[in-house]
Design a protein around this ligand. Sequence first.
Ligand code: ADP
Ligand code: ZN
Length: 744
Amino acid sequence: MLPPYNERPAHCLLRRETRSSERMNRVRVLLLNAALGPLDYRVPQGSHAEPGSIVLAPLGPRQEVGVVWDPEALETQEVPDERLRPLLHVYDMPPLRPALRRLIEWTADYYLAPIGAVLRMTLPSSSALDGARTVTEYRATGKVPERLTPQREQALERIGERQGLVRELALAADVSDGVIRGLVKAGAIEAVEVSIDDPFPRPHPDFHPPRLETAQRTAARGFITAVQGAEFAPFLLDGVTGSGKTEVYFEAVAEAIRMGRQTLVLLPEIALTEPFLKRFTARFGCEPVAWHSGLRQSQRRRAWRAIATGDAKVVVGARSSLFLPYRDLGLIVVDEAHETSFKQEEGVQYHARDVAVMRAKLEKVPVILASATPAIETRQMAEIGVYREVRLPARFGGAQMPDIAAIDLIRDPPPRGRWLAPSLVREMEANLERGEQTLLFLNRRGYAPLTLCRACGHRFQCPNCTAWMVEHRLVHRLACHHCGHMMPPPRMCPECQEVDSLVPVGPGVERIADEVAALFPDARTAIVTSDTIWSPAKAAEFVGRMEAGAIDIVIGTQLVTKGYHFPNLTLVGVVDADLGLSGGDLRAAERSFQQISQVSGRAGRGAKAGRVLVQTHEPSARVISALVSGDAEGFYEAETDARREAAMPPFGRLAGIIVSSEDLAEATETARLIGRTAPKVENMAVFGPAPAPLAMLRGRHRQRLLVHAARSLDVQDVIRTWLGSLDWPRGVRVAVDVDPYSFL
Ligand code: ADP
Ligand code: ZN
């Protein structure tokens, strides 16, 4: 397989088009094929193709979709004119605009990805290209045919204003199909093309605008001016949870709609789409166009075409909506911009937040990064004045920020085999009596993270991954959270054959739900994880039950930490605040702080005050004390200083190199080869190789190297040259993760 590094960067390949290309009408085409570079084709006479045109090209015996590219941007092997094959078809769609073509080139360059793989995110469904899906219907023109037979007369009379297929008209007129066809030939009946791709409703900018508070109004005004200015303008909208960030950026969306331009709102998870759609509808009178992996093929096609033609005015989507061919983008919003799920970990490993800023720059439009807990990277950009920071320091409507207190699990431990401390249980009880809702947060799906045999200590491990099998009692399975491998929990230990000897170790949300049921048998509970809320419809159902007061206690993973607004939810319990800190990667403390702040932000969003109890073994840890004292600034400053001192991002740069193979020796040898040939470059250090913490994943052995470099170094260029000079066995995969978030 071709390693991606063989593709040289676009910017160093500037070349002039040859003269023969003009004569021949030669075009350079980028196919939706990650293994191929660009190829030249001939535009057949009578066709027109320009850079950006979407085309169908022959490739060997096959046909592939591609896009005509700027010949000066991508070099290819010169093929003599006479050997050029003609394009098969030029699709009748607007060409991809230059800003998008530059974005695709930039993404491929920056993330060291094959450009064809990036392009595939722009054109994810070739069925969307087959012209507008229309049917041909027929109707009378009012013209009387020269030869008017009695049958024709009867037909025209009975058809009247009717429109339909030939067959339908023939039936209505009680004549044969031939009579109708004859009338078409004679000009008395005409064909009309009818689109079955229903247009999307237009959001109304002034459907139901809120009355903004002073700070909100000032923020909104800045955004509106930027949208009108139609220039690149990056904003950090930094507002506490419940401050009305959404309402404020909606004003910018409204302005873009007024100007007839398109807006993209990026959300970190599909699960958040549902509450967003509801709020959007309340504000703008109809739903926006949604784009995410859960769409059916026909929905995807309809959305893609509406985006490409400019008909879709507001698109809300997961990270993949970033590469779509918007006809006239006027604004980008990244909501919950600190979320690490914006980082794509498979295929093209890009960070949607960063690519969103780049797209805004290339499109010359404003981009708003909204967050209550901005990433250190983003805060730093605001600090040095690259991003304009807009603050909303208080909750809307005078709602108070919740009180956060720590529960010291050493001094106030839960009873044996339980996970909720007595003081938390007492608060839950009082909350139940008041008829208010409680949320328990534990970022662990399933019943127990580890299952072992009581008799021999055997632990159940995934056969494909370096990971424990996690018990899921609701579905009666052991599951691997990395590869999805499942098995029924065996009755007998495979090691010592002891029967009924398996014991769960540690809690997951299902086990906490059991504990809650034992403590409060009458309470109505709900478990919210990706196992229970796996579709927008499920999310809608959950929201409905919460709003109707049909749930007393929610036990959830990070899925419930953001986006939701339940005024009667007044108590949040964090079951294990130490969990996120154990991984010990670069961002562990920051991520814990963000997660607990976000989940705390669900408490007391309405008239009633909120309380948050954080269970921890280490109440004096910096993260916990910052949360309890509300000293976010102090926490961020200390974290930022530590990063600066260690020259870690954003003050330095990292790139992970992951070498994997089904063959352990091949993986190890290739990783060693890469390590051995590491170039000696100033301001750059290479660590490893070493077995990855996830030493095996989906049956592949994994080795890691980590490149640490100064910000000023073009580390991609170094890696490209370095890896481009090496060869490895076919079964080995070498993936580069630029600006990594996962260190597993
Ligand atoms: P954030 O995104 O900052 O957490 P939201 O935008 O979700 O905050 O606002 C919190 C709640 O307050 C929502 O129910 C929202 O509709 C409401 N809200 C915020 N600002 C206003 C306003 N100016 N008028 C009416 N309701 C508002
Ligand atoms: Zn697995």
